[in-house]
Design a protein around this ligand. Sequence first.
Ligand SMILES: [Zn+2]
Length: 233
Amino acid sequence: MAVAAKDVVSEVHESALVKHIKDTAALLGRPELYARWRLFVTSHAVLGPDAFLAAKNAVLDVPQWATWMEESYGPVPVELAVSGRVAVCGGCEQWIAPRADGLVRCRVWRCGQRHDLPGPVWVEAEGARRLEPELVRFVALPGHPELDLAQRLAARGARVVLYPKLDALDLVALWPDGYSVGVDVKDWHSPYLLARRIKTFPRWGRGSVRLPQGVSGRSTRPAAQQPQLPEDS
Ligand SMILES: [Zn+2]
């Protein structure tokens, strides 16, 4: 059950830094800072010296912000560079560690499946910083589909709030007519195991599990039944 173990690990993990930022943002009464940090690291894998300085100085009234950036981005290790540059995947937008034979190919499962994967973007390695591997795995990679969904909902006229209430949900989409949807994006290999793990839904009127198109098979049946929640009283 290697897949199950992998899914569970990524689900329960929360790094010390993530917890620290969440707690500090709560303490400061600035929960939006946590969402902002999360959004930033999800969309920036490698920062050149100027971009890193700008990132550190982005929230001057909260001195902790610069420290969070220092701890989120480390110097680019020599083994990550190919001819003085770092590759950033055109699919998941994360840095790619070259293989021993020098070949640069993203190891992210979803990117490996794509036949239309765009080529990597190359960033100068000199003086650059790269997102810490732990944050790549547990924040940025899961965050990528969340941002993608947020952009699609915004394109359909919704006001989208990411990571509301310190991560109570991944996003809330609100339409001008009052209709709203709360979404928790789960990046699990097995919908069956995910469905088994969901014990309670957040209180949100009606709840359902939605699977991406093309996800099916004998093990998905319990999730595909789309359990409904009773209406909130
Ligand atoms: Zn990739």
